[in-house]
Design a protein around this ligand. Structure first.
Ligand SMILES: NC(=O)c1ccc[n+]([C@@H]2O[C@H](COP(=O)([O-])OP(=O)(O)OC[C@H]3O[C@@H](n4cnc5c(N)ncnc54)[C@H](O)[C@@H]3O)[C@@H](O)[C@H]2O)c1
Length: 139
């Protein structure tokens, strides 16, 4: 069983569709701060926050989760510059909480949806594994 965080959002819901087509078993955890519950069409939806330690304990105890695919994040570039703390707390601190709970529950596999934005304005395109990361915004 896979846990898809942020599966009610844009990228997460498309990944869920693919997981379903490929026959994987999964559930979605999303607080619906941005996403849409109607986008969760291929699995159960747990409405809650990825930084909620008690909820993560319950999910990891109830379901036999083997892997987490992590899409739960805020993505507003402009807003992240105006309010970096909001992004630091949601995107960074809550990801650490998720990882801590995964370690506690011995869940080994974690797929993180990063962003091409980590490369800033790259010196060459297409970027490759050697490209230096030059983050321009807190997002
Ligand atoms: N949109 C793109 O083109 C793109 C490209 C590459 C990578 N990404 C990355 O993929 C991830 C998802 O992007 P998206 O475009 O699908 O965004 P989105 O806003 O459509 O989806 C994010 C989902 O996460 C949920 N969420 C946010 N914080 C949460 C929390 N604390 N707990 C539970 N749920 C929470 C929201 O409700 C939303 O449904 C981001 O990390 C983004 O940087 C996006």
């Amino acid at each position: 069983m896979i846990l898809v965080t942020g599966g009610a959002g844009y990228i997460g819901s498309h990944v869920c569709k693919k997981l379903y087509e490929k026959g994987y078993e999964f559930i979605v955890l999303d607080n619906l701060s941005k996403g849409c519950k109607e986008f969760v069409r291929w699995s159960d939806l747990i409405i809650g926050d990825v930084g909620d330690e008690n909820l993560l304990d319950k999910i990891f105890s109830k379901y036999k989760i083997e892997a987490v695919i992590h899409f739960a994040a805020f993505i507003g570039v402009e807003e992240s510059v105006k309010d970096p703390r909001k992004y630091y707390e949601n995107n960074f601190c809550k990801t650490l909480t998720l990882l801590k709970k995964m370690v506690e529950h011995r869940i080994k596999y974690f797929i993180f949806s990063s962003s091409v934005a980590v490369y800033g304005n790259p010196r060459y395109i297409p970027v490759d594994e050697e490209t230096v990361q030059r983050v321009l915004t807190p997002c």
